[in-house]
Design a protein around this ligand. Sequence first.
Ligand SMILES: Nc1nc2c(c(=O)[nH]1)N[C@H]1C(S)=C(S)[C@@H](COP(=O)(O)O)O[C@H]1N2
Ligand SMILES: [Mo]
Length: 250
Amino acid sequence: MSDGVKRRTALAGMAALFAGACSKIADSETGSSLLSAAEDWHRKAHRALANRQALAKEYTRADLSPTFRGNGSLTVDTDAYRQALDSGFPDWTLEVRGLVDTPLSLSMENIRRLPQRTQITRHDCVEGWSAIGEWTGPQLSTLLDAAGVQEGANFIVFRCADNLNGQDYYESVDMVDAYHPQTIIAHMLNGEPLPEKNGAPLRMRIERQLGYKHPKYLTAIEAVASLDDVGAGKGGYWEDRSGYQWYAGV
Ligand SMILES: Nc1nc2c(c(=O)[nH]1)N[C@H]1C(S)=C(S)[C@@H](COP(=O)(O)O)O[C@H]1N2
Ligand SMILES: [Mo]
């Protein structure tokens, strides 16, 4: 069950609880202030969740940046990667593992055959540049639903093939971002297979977050209960190294 669904269920339960108690406590002063406090909490929780679920602005082809620059790792510095790149990634696999009922191992062909989403969005890097690109790929939610995310999973961790300054790049998001409709596994940029510098053959697009939350050279997606034992425990490469915020909403 997605976090969104879980929260809605929790909210509905809360509302039902207070509806049942209404007739008994509504008469008293304490009762009515308790009710309005609960309503207030309810409204705020809904608003916060609705805000997290809102779509990032989408643009038109006329807005596309002439070139989408590369940043951070611009390749994966191994012979295996260079060979895979030259041959069009016939053997690249994306694993879905961790707290799932059915671990998956998907080929590029498997990924291209899933229902696809195309979106034109603006990427904002903390280093102070932005670019608009058109990304295509399946929604992460499709893969998570196919694998069956288990009850105890609270985060999705993304593993990458590149090693940047001696550490493997990785990232993570909570279930609200994992199930966000614009969270996709992109294999195309501007209608072409993903370029090497932009994360070929697969990279995440997590459109409500800053650039460093969009892992490139994606190899695995892991459902976990906690981030404590992942990397240095802060949820991502830059979070571990430089104290960048784990939640980097835009
Ligand atoms: N695997 C991996 N993913 C990564 C990075 C990286 O170095 N390695 N850099 C991040 C940063 S800081 C940004 S701004 C974007 C850059 O994406 P681009 O190269 O397509 O512009 O990728 C993010 N994802
Ligand atoms: Mo960035």
